[in-house]
Design a protein around this ligand. Structure first.
Ligand SMILES: [Fe+2]
Ligand SMILES: [Fe+2]
Length: 302
């Protein structure tokens, strides 16, 4: 485990840490038990599964983009932050891959096509688009991820309550670290380009792209479970998406302010408490008690 204390003068003091969190996923008896890790909400389970399936393609693309920019950066502190960003993203997609493998091993045949679609997209973006565009995409994605991370943490009891502790812990860990590195792509983009138009282009493109692909992914997974044509499931999905949009939209809209900087977004206390829990007990941080998510605490050992 390594950590960096960043005091760059550009933003308030922040801390980023590369953590090896010991997640382990229980063997489940049926395909649905694996896919519906939140049994109370197969719909939210598959929204998250669809996002998770994109990570081993999206995050390596972000890393490639940032590494391509590294030599153009004249600020050594920003280069150091960029390296930590890449190290954090690298642990993220490796952990997601382990979880994603449980979905394909459980028998979800849609996994292959969902992965192939995003793999093609990110290869194409990397090959065909300019570094400026890809940096704008990376910043757009990260600003959106910060808004989503805040929303997930604020609404954690509704979204993750009583779900599989390993999967809930994986997702919440990922977003705690997304919040930790919230400034890096913004500062890199600003350092090299400082264009409001391109920043907005990246935000709109990245948001539209990832929502489109995630939508296709959860639809395919729900279809495979026979739930896409189920009226009750569709109604639950509509209500869930309405709730998510209502909570995320104001956070997403603030990114449009010309004076926006991610450091203006205060770190949620729960995320800071999670980091302290990890320092005390990595196993505990990998197994949050989803019946008591108001504060980060591990499943009690019996
Ligand atoms: Fe990440
Ligand atoms: Fe990130």
């Amino acid at each position: 485990m390594a950590d960096i204390s960043v005091d760059s003068g550009r933003a308030p003091r922040e801390r980023m840490e590369v953590r090896r969190v010991p997640f382990s996923y229980e063997q489940r008896s049926t395909k649905e038990r694996v896919g519906h890790w939140n049994q109370g909400s197969p719909e939210f389970s598959h929204i998250v599964n669809s996002g998770s399936l994109a990570m081993p393609y999206l995050e390596p693309y972000l890393i490639r983009t940032m590494r391509a920019a590294r030599d153009k950066i004249t600020d050594p502190q920003l280069q150091k932050e960029l390296d930590f960003y890449c190290a954090q993203e690298s642990t993220h997609f490796r952990q997601h891959k382990k979880f994603n493998d449980t979905l394909s091993e459980a028998g979800y045949v849609a996994v292959r096509e969902i992965e192939a679609r995003v793999d093609r997209d990110y290869k194409k973006l990397g090959e065909k688009k300019s570094l400026k565009f890809n940096l704008a995409y990376a910043e757009g994605f990260e600003s959106m991820a910060l808004a989503i991370g805040e929303m997930l943490i604020e609404d954690r009891e509704y979204l993750f309550g009583n779900s599989d502790p390993a999967v809930a812990s994986l997702i919440l860990w990922h977003f705690v670290e997304e919040i930790e590195h919230k400034n890096v792509t913004f500062d890199v983009f600003k350092h090299l380009h400082a264009s409001y138009f391109w920043r907005m282009l990246g935000l709109v493109y990245a948001t539209g792209h990832i929502f489109w692909r995630m939508g296709q992914g959860y639809r395919d997974l729900l279809r495979e479970d026979g739930l896409w044509s189920n009226f009750k499931s569709r109604w639950r999905m509509l209500k869930l998406l309405g709730r998510i949009m209502k909570n995320v939209l104001p956070k997403w809209l603030r990114i449009w302010r010309p004076s926006y900087h991610p450091s203006q977004v205060p770190d949620p206390t729960w995320g800071l408490d999670w980091a302290a829990l990890f320092d005390a007990s990595p196993e505990g941080a990998a197994n949050l008690d989803t019946t008591r998510l108001h504060e980060p605490q591990p499943v009690a050992l019996t």
